[in-house]
Design a binder for this molecule. Structure first.
Ligand code: PLP
Length: 438
């Protein structure tokens, strides 16, 4: 069976495959650049593992208190080396990205302090952490105030108002790298570095924290190498490489990490406790794979952007933009488009491919949401996944793919679904002049 035949057996028509291949022809140079970044980051990870002297003993875990957990302590050193920081906290007891961010904030702020976001509204789940939406246990309940300066209409930093917003109580700044589910641009590490320099120029003692979710290993450098005091993220996104079954990380200045550890476990115990159970193997191996997994996801995002842009749908980022995270938004403009796209992604999954995703009323959302995920790790968004709220502008957010071949298949399968449901008319699949045979 040839490649075309196995695609056909998997539900991809020859015309959809050829259409995809014709677009890939134009992406060769960009994919090469992504491979170069992955190669660089792969070496960075191996180097950190070698310098930290990762040994076979590190791969087995502890139980109970977890005193003298060699694997855990060494993994934290590996993270610190990769992110270029003094220290790191990498734990299965950090339950998700929101928890890691809440931990970094709550442990480094004290009553009377103020938190500033100079990049507009933070990720939805942080609204309750900060108390933008009143919530039990929020920073606001502890007398920690919050200020926000929105990005300028073009996406740039509003330096004038950031300067005005900084006052004696400003203790910490939170900078979200990824656009998340907003339509603003994702910030490059360079842009984050410029913003941090500006803030440190006003008050060098302000702690600059970066929400690094979805950004790890997309560039050669991380925000911590551009001046951030702390970078924070989830292990079921990029740095877990698809293998970490849970967990979060904070890498940063020693004092910031010590504060976070005292909050996660207990004052006095800090980093000394916390059994790693059976997770170390997957944390190490996932981190080892993370640069190539991230590269595959990035190729998938760019492939999807180019396919859907060519078919006339609005895509963010567009097909040519430089990438700083792995999220791709496609606006279909109709509920049918969002639903068909998600059905296609689901049908391409290795797990639960036979189920049909349907919109449902998810807690915390003001409209039904449809989600497609056939993941090995529940909720993992480094695995091929898509979701979209069923409300205007009817956009779908798509991310992940543990391998490039799976991301490619998922995107082709989504296009096939859109054709079958006649959201995309057949005559739109126009092959360019030089069609190659597959
Ligand atoms: C995913 C994400 C979070 C929250 O992570 P969870 O693991 O879902 O709690 C925070 N910020 C950004 C930008 C994210 O993408």
């Amino acid at each position: 069976m040839g490649l075309s035949e196995i695609y056909q057996a998997m539900g991809i028509s020859p015309e959809v495959l050829s259409y995809g291949e014709s677009i890939l022809e134009e992406l060769k140079e960009r994919f090469e650049e992504i491979d170069n970044i992955a190669e660089y980051n792969q070496l960075k990870v191996i180097r950190a593992m070698q310098e930290a002297k990762v040994s076979e003993a590190c791969l087995s875990g502890t139980t109970g208190y977890g005193y003298n957990d060699l694997g855990r302590d060494t993994l934290e050193e590996v993270y610190a080396r990769i992110f270029g920081t003094e220290d790191a906290l990498v734990r299965p007891q950090i339950t998700c990205g929101t928890h890691a961010l809440a931990l970094a904030l709550m442990s480094n702020l004290r009553p009377g302090d103020e938190l500033l976001s100079p990049v507009g509204k933070p990720y939805d789940t942080l609204e309750e952490v900060i108390g933008i939406r009143p919530s039990r246990g929020s920073l606001a309940e502890y007398g920690i105030t919050y200020r926000q300066v929105d990005l300028l209409p073009g996406g740039g930093f509003d330096y004038e108002n950031i300067k005005l917003a900084i006052n004696d109580r400003t203790k910490m700044v939170t900078i979200q790298r990824s656009k998340g589910y907003q339509t603003r641009p994702t910030l490059s590490v360079q842009a984050i570095g410029e913003l941090i320099s500006f803030i440190k120029g006003i008050r060098p003692d302000i702690i600059c924290m970066v929400d690094n979710c979805y950004g790890e290993f997309v560039e050669r450098e991380e925000p911590s190498q551009a001046g951030a005091d702390m970078v924070v993220g989830s292990l079921i996104k990029n740095p877990g490489g698809g293998l970490a079954p849970t967990g979060g990380y904070i890498a940063g200045r020693r004092e910031c990490i010590e504060n976070a550890a005292c909050r996660l476990t207990s004052p006095g115990l800090a980093k000394e406790v916390g059994a790693s159970l059976g997770m170390m193997n997957s944390f190490y191996q996932g981190l080892f794979l993370a640069p190539t997994v991230t590269a595959g996801a990035l190729k998938g995002a760019i492939f999807a952007a180019n396919i859907y842009e060519r078919l006339g749908f609005a895509v963010i980022p567009d097909g040519r933009e430089r990438r700083h995270d792995i999220i791709q938004a496609v606006t279909f403009g109709t509920p049918e488009g969002v639903i068909a796209f998600c059905k296609g992604i689901q049908a391409a999954a290795p797990v639960d491919s036979f189920v049909t995703p349907e919109p449902w009323d998810m807690p915390g959302y003001d409209s039904p949401v449809i989600m497609a995920a056939g993941a090995f790790v529940s909720g993992s968004s480094i695995e091929l996944s898509a979701d979209g709220p069923i409300k205007p502008p009817y956009a779908v957010y798509f991310q992940g793919g543990l391998t490039w071949a799976h991301a490619k298949f998922g995107i082709l399968r989504s296009l096939q679904q859109l054709l079958e449901e006649e959201v995309v008319p057949r005559q739109k699949i126009v092959l360019p002049k030089k069609v190659e045979k597959f």
